[in-house]
Design a protein around this ligand. Structure first.
Ligand code: ZN
Length: 50
């Protein structure tokens, strides 16, 4: 299991830091939210994705 290069905490399955106070974790949350939004968009436009 990989570790965060900022705080040394373990990363979760998605590769994000598990330390809520770590700047990397905060960034990860933003990335995750964006990814989920993107996924939601992709599901609404089914069929022609890639
Ligand atoms: Zn971290």
């Amino acid at each position: 299991m990989a570790r965060c290069k900022f705080c040394g905490k373990k990363l979760d399955d998605a590769g994000y830091c598990t330390n809520e106070k770590c700047p990397e974790s905060i960034r990860a949350k933003i990335m995750q939210a964006a990814a989920q939004e993107e996924a939601a968009e992709n599901t609404t436009t089914t069929g022609e994705a890639k």
